[in-house]
Write a protein that binds this ligand. Sequence first.
Ligand SMILES: [Zn+2]
Length: 418
Amino acid sequence: MGLQQGLTSTADPERMLADLRALAELTGNERGAQRVAWTDTWAKAREWESGLLAELPVSVDVDEAGNQWATLEGESPQTLIIGSHIDSVPDGGWLDGCLGVLSALEVLRGLARNGRPPLTVKLIDWADEEGARFGLSLLGSTMTTSGLEPDYVRALRDVGGMTAGEALAAHGVEVERMAQARSRLDQAVAYIELHIEQGPVLEARDLPLGVVRGCYGTERWEVRFAGQAAHSGSTPMDQRRDSLLAAARVALEVRELARRLGGVGTTGRISSEPGIPTAVAGVSTLLVDQRHEDPEVLGELHEQAVQASRRIAAEEDVEVSWSPLFRIAPIPFDPSLIESAAAIVNDIQGTDVRLPSGPLHDAARVAEFGVPTVMLFVRSKRGLSHTKEEDTDEADLALALNALDRLVHERLAQGTRS
Ligand SMILES: [Zn+2]
């Protein structure tokens, strides 16, 4: 029934593409998109977005956390939320985030023409998804859901030394009031976000669309090996306590574990002291990042890496210690919305692909908060994002809009939740 209703889609891909191009023109330059949150260019993008929304029978406002909302009143106060983020990284691509906002806008245009929908529909433009200026990704959605210590947020500084407290205040946001945005989710019964994949998986499978099962959990640790710095020339090979070799062997283990158990494992840095060719490295540290969508497997990835590091430390005669940097549990999306999305994607491209998201998205915060959530991914050329080379074929973008529109109609047709 819902699918049938979805087939009467009025969402116009040409208009969405024109909006995307207009935004790129307005807020980008030869290096790419420049809509860094809490800057004039970002505010200009928001203003432009508000102008488009003003043509619809919706009310537009900004909540305490700086997120911009457009509300189309429905028969029920229960709310279906669609959207993404219009902020970008510096020198960003033309689709990251704004595709989710402008596709949602196009869906909203279609809905608005058909009178009151069964549920209230809200378009959200999350504030500061990228964290490009103050290093805190998902700021708007995090403050709206799980929250962060206001003192901590206020004191963060950008490269120019300005505090987040000052920068946000310049855009009308008081850090201590941000958590009040939480009430915006009181009536939320579903959250749907379309985003570019930003990775190479769909392209490798030669398919335009995928359904996101959830976001990877992460175990990010600093691993420190302590051996003995000694002269490179005078220390025989069998009498060394070489911390760098131990670190290098662990980096290989991290790769091997991800190959064997799935997920991804990265050693992003090894640094050694004294760091000169004429000395055996006395101390070496690695930054290890392991991700998986299943909490048990994620735990196993971490545990086996720890065990391997102890074995290697014993063999290399060095000491090893692990300190946590960042840990987050995997966040699964809503099974029922995943099934609906998969049926639509299957109908569009003949195959239903379900994949986890490596990067975190605002959708993860919303799902974690308890709102049934799903994301759609559209293929990224060469898997590139956070660069002006980021691109997706227009035909794929049109399919993605159609999938989003149908999914929204399907969820509306399902009606309220008790
Ligand atoms: Zn994004």
